[in-house]
Design a binder for this molecule. Structure first.
Ligand code: 9ZP
Length: 437
């Protein structure tokens, strides 16, 4: 069939293999199709003169012959809003141009796709990862909210990951500015994912409605399922209005408490973005500064620089011994193969960690061993070792802090409830033992 006839039948004008921005004169080469939306198609795009790579969003103009009509003015609104934004946790807007058939938006290319892809591969994420991602999301969202912009469609597939695993909020197609009352009554077209009670009750969308969505997202990445599911829709809306969702009993008490705060039916009771990062979930647990790319498909093991790795391994084993005496492994076995550096030291706490592989007791009495995988790393450059050790001590102190009263892992063995570190640790230099307390 003749190409022109084909697109008129499919109602989509073709996108040229080469595109020229008439404003800048730049020429781009269109790459592979990376996705399709209701009104848009997205491609990888390369600048022919600089080799810079972008994600290209192509939207047909509304009007005759444009196929499925894009609501008039919507793309112009998205361009006007997004093009003014600049923040490391918001997908960068690099420019736009149009021809007879299309509007083209040049957006930051995120080679590791989205958090939806990560969750699909992983089913659930660890709490340190969730803290890492949420810290980035809160930062991007705080920027939007300061500009009185509500996103209105926060969801995992709108959180993009660049090659360094930095998270970026994207797709501002439903974003809108809130009025002086802090609410936005603009009609929501499309199907936003995590509707807040006030949106279900048609009281308008506010910044706090985005916070509700963050609560749904946190629930989803930690449990693998959304808190509210549509069966039937009227029941789901009632559950949303009541803030009633299946209790995620296997999560840490701090995670459960923060989810409950975020999913408060009354928007005024939800924490502000500034208060969110002060929550115990963030302050009492380890947050990595970066994530390894392999965490897109397998749980990460976080690293502690040597020589602390070896020490921590011993401390961990001493604590395991306390956990359920008598432990069947001997001090010889306890020093393990990692000592000579042939196998990484590991004080794992989730996934296939020390608690599963080496310890007789799968539930371990300290937050450290329930929240994070720790592995010793070869020492960094000479000069940075002291600094790394200091940072590691601070992080370990946070991890080792016993949870609040009764606040151990929900499934913990009674003999494994959080205990303060002993004053003297056999075999541990006193100064370091003190630093760890
Ligand atoms: N998709 C499979 C279906 C082929 C991919 O392989 C794929 C790969 C990506 O990078 C390697 C990628 C998306 C899909 N990356 C990416 N997608 C974006 C994006 C940035 N990077 N965005 C920037 N702003 N908005 C987003 C948005 C539109 C360009 N997307 C995707 C959303 C759905 C498709 C593209």
């Amino acid at each position: 069939m003749e190409p022109g006839l084909r697109w008129r039948r499919s109602c989509r004008p073709p996108v040229s293999a080469f595109l020229r921005d008439p404003g800048s004169g730049r020429v781009y080469k269109r790459g592979k199709l990376i996705g399709k939306g209701a009104f848009s198609r997205c491609y990888k795009l390369t600048d022919m003169s600089t080799s810079a790579v972008f994600a290209l969003k192509v939207v047909p103009h509304g009007g005759a012959g444009a196929g499925r009509l894009h609501p008039r003015g919507k793309v112009e609104r998205e361009v006007a809003l997004h093009s003014r934004l600049r923040h490391r946790n918001i997908v960068a807007f690099h420019g736009h141009f149009a021809d007879r058939d299309h509007v083209y938006m040049l957006l930051e290319y995120c080679s590791r796709q989205s958090l939806a892809h990560v969750l699909e591969a992983r089913q659930t994420l660890t709490e340190p990862e969730v803290r890492y991602y949420m810290r980035g999301l809160v930062s991007g969202l705080r920027y939007l909210h300061q500009l009185r912009i509500v996103h209105r469609d926060l969801k995992l597939s709108n959180f993009f990951l660049n090659k360094n695993m930095e998270v970026k909020i994207g797709d501002l197609g439903l974003a809108a500015r809130v009025g002086p009352g802090g609410r936005c009554h603009r009609v929501l077209c499309g199907t936003p994912n995590f509707l807040a009670p006030e949106v279900v009750s048609r009281n308008g969308h506010s910044c706090q409605s985005d916070i509700w969505a963050l609560g749904c997202i946190m629930y989803m990445v930690l449990t693998g399922a959304p808190p509210f599911v549509a069966a039937p829709l009227s029941e789901m809306y009632q559950n949303i209005r009541d803030g009633r969702y299946p209790e995620p009993a296997h999560l840490s008490p701090n995670a459960r408490r923060l989810i409950a705060r975020l999913l408060a039916p009354n928007p005024a009771e939800r924490p502000s973005l500034d208060h969110l990062l002060q929550d115990d979930f963030f302050t009492q647990g380890f947050t990595p500064d970066r994530l390894p790319p392999h965490s897109c498909h397998s749980p990460p093991i976080f690293a502690i620089p040597q020589p602390l790795g070896r020490l921590f391994r011993k401390v961990g084993q001493l604590l395991l011994n306390q956990c359920r005496p008598p432990c069947p492994f001997t001090p010889d076995e306890a020093s393990g193969p990692g000592e000579d550096g042939s196998e990484p030291d590991s004080m794992g706490c989730s996934g296939t960690s020390v608690s599963e592989r080496e310890a007789p007791c799968p539930e371990v009495p300290i937050n450290l061993l329930t929240q994070v995988n720790l592995r010793s790393d070869p020492a960094g450059p000479e000069g940075s070792l002291r600094q790394e050790v200091e940072v590691a001590i601070r992080k370990l102190q946070l991890c080792l802090k016993p949870g609040p009263p009764g606040g151990g892992p929900a499934h913990a063995h009674p003999a494994c409830q959080p205990q303060p570190m002993p004053v003297a640790l056999p075999g541990v230099p006193v100064s370091l033992a003190a630093a760890l307390q």
